[in-house]
Design a protein around this ligand. Structure first.
Ligand code: HEM
Length: 462
């Protein structure tokens, strides 16, 4: 490792890893420049590196990312939806935004959101959750594993419809193995350093191929997603092969399901280890959104005036438990603006690990390293801009609106319907709280340290 400039001044520094130079950026002015200067700092080259590491073939790359924009335009020009004349990188982003943005001229986000709600209302009942129990008598689960599995299934249902679970009811469970190892592709480790990753990846790719081999009518039946059929159509127009198509959809499965469940887990874990008054406040302030145990007015939860404790907890968990980074590839030697005059060399990679911003005492106060939802009551509105769990610039997460909706719905449904008892240690002590795995910057919420899962007993509330 070579540190050129670092420390309090928050100047960039460079690291060498696996033959590549990484520049680590932590000054807000440098971050803005990286976001703005899309000519010198490419996101698309960085994504391509990950797709290659995941296994996308040269043919798949040629048919998508390497295309001359003119050819793409003529290939997709007759494509029957509102997006035309775009290079694939933009087209792909536009497809996500058309599905996920609340300002899109359609109801795509609302339908996905509603489908997730219906699935959760049906799924989150004591008799149904018994399938996850580690004991016959009562309902006991390891919380991290349980939440990840349940909410991955919710995301799978939203993007692929009920047909997926019919061909493989265990995809959500198998995905957890992939999710824990995927960082090796993100960091482009050679396959011989990750045989387990290769093996689980091949299994998931095979499942996705089986799914896409089903007749379309079967897959589209009750599938709430706009994105999946339209992206498939795009790939078919571009002549992308079946395996490459499955790899692109594995990336979607990962993007949609890697982070949201972890955020729900941390939200619950912090709620269970905080003074019981937080749980009471969240239950009572969200009560008007319910009719009995049914969440009948989910939009109520998004208004911070209605639900201030829910909102401040949400922001604090995002701040405290995300380990997100944005990455770019340098495509031309470029001098960063003041402070300093650091030169970023062509070919190197850039990392912006947002945790530095999340613990900035000048923004969040002297207790920035503590978990304290109360801080949000007195922080200026601008402090929210320093929470970068969803990344930034042109690569900012298009799923952030769906994620917020799902997390808030999930947490309030869980605490409305159930009581949770942490077994062995008692709820208030918090000694059982696992350490977050912050060993490397990733693409979102952190997982837990190995062996850190803990058991809870879940019981129904009247
Ligand atoms: C708590 C939940 C989530 C977190 C913390 C999160 C975080 C992130 C981060 C940090 C990035 C990279 C941003 C960057 O490079 O600047 C990203 C990208 C992305 N996220 Fe999310 N995400 C979440 C949920 C979702 C959901 C529910 C979806 C739905 C599909 C989604 C779809 C995507 C996609 C497609 C990208 C790639 C964007 C691109 O290539 O332009 N995310 N997310």
């Amino acid at each position: 490792m070579r540190n050129t400039l670092s420390g309090e001044s928050r100047q960039p520094f460079s690291l060498q890893a696996a033959g590549t130079t990484f520049y680590v950026i932590s000054h807000p002015k440098h971050m803005s420049e990286v976001f703005k200067n899309t000519h010198s700092f490419s996101f698309h080259e960085f994504v391509l590196d990950i797709l290659k590491a995941t296994g996308l073939s040269p043919d798949g790359i040629a048919k998508t990312y390497d295309l001359n924009p003119d050819i793409v335009d003529s290939t997709v020009d007759h494509f029957q939806h509102p997006i035309k004349n775009k290079h694939f990188e933009h087209l792909n982003r536009q497809l996500h935004i058309t599905q996920l943005s609340p300002s899109s001229q359609n109801d795509n986000l609302a339908s996905l959101d509603q489908a997730i709600l219906s699935w959760l209302q049906d799924h989150l009942t004591i008799p149904n959750l018994q399938q996850y129990s580690l004991v016959q008598d009562g309902l006991e689960v390891d919380l991290y594993k349980f939440i990840n599995e349940v909410f991955t299934r919710a995301g799978e249902h939203a993007y692929f419809g009920p047909a997926f679970a019919k061909i493989n009811p265990d995809m959500a469970k198998e995905f957890q193995i992939y999710d824990a190892l995927q960082w090796k592709d993100l960091y482009q480790l050679p396959p011989f350093l990750g045989p387990e990753l290769t093996s689980i990846k091949e299994k998931l790719i095979a499942q996705l191929k089986r799914y896409f081999a089903l007749p379309q009518e079967e897959r589209h039946k009750q599938n709430p997603s706009w994105f999946t059929p339209n992206t498939e159509l795009t790939f078919d127009k571009l002549g992308v092969g079946e395996r490459d198509k499955a790899i692109f959809f594995l990336m979607l499965y990962f993007a949609a399901n890697s982070n949201t469940p972890k955020l729900i887990f941390w939200f619950l874990a912090h709620l269970l280890s905080s003074p019981a008054s937080y749980l009471s406040k969240i239950r009572s302030e969200t009560s008007p959104a319910f009719t009995g145990h049914d969440l009948t007015d989910p939009s109520y939860l998004l208004n911070s005036t209605n639900c201030p404790t829910l909102e401040s907890f949400y922001l604090e968990v995002l701040r405290f438990r995300s380990n997100s980074a944005s990455a770019r590839r340098v495509t031309a030697d470029t001098v960063l603006p003041a402070p300093g005059s650091f030169v970023l060399r062509k070919g190197a990679k850039i990392m912006i690990p947002y945790r530095v911003f999340h613990f900035d005492e000048s923004v969040f106060g002297a207790d920035a390293k503590e978990f304290n939802p109360e801080r949000w009551g007195s922080l200026p509105a601008s402090a929210r801009g320093s929470v970068r769990a969803f990344g930034g610039g042109k690569s900012i997460c298009p799923g952030r609106y769906l994620a917020e909706r799902e997390v808030k719905k999930a947490v309030v449904l869980l605490v409305r319907r159930f009581d949770f008892e942490v077994l062995g240690k008692g709820n208030d002590g918090g000694e059982w709280m696992p350490r977050g795995d912050d060993s490397r910057p990733g693409v979102g919420m952190m997982g837990i340290e190995k062996g850190g899962d803990f058991r809870v007993r879940i019981s129904g509330r009247e």
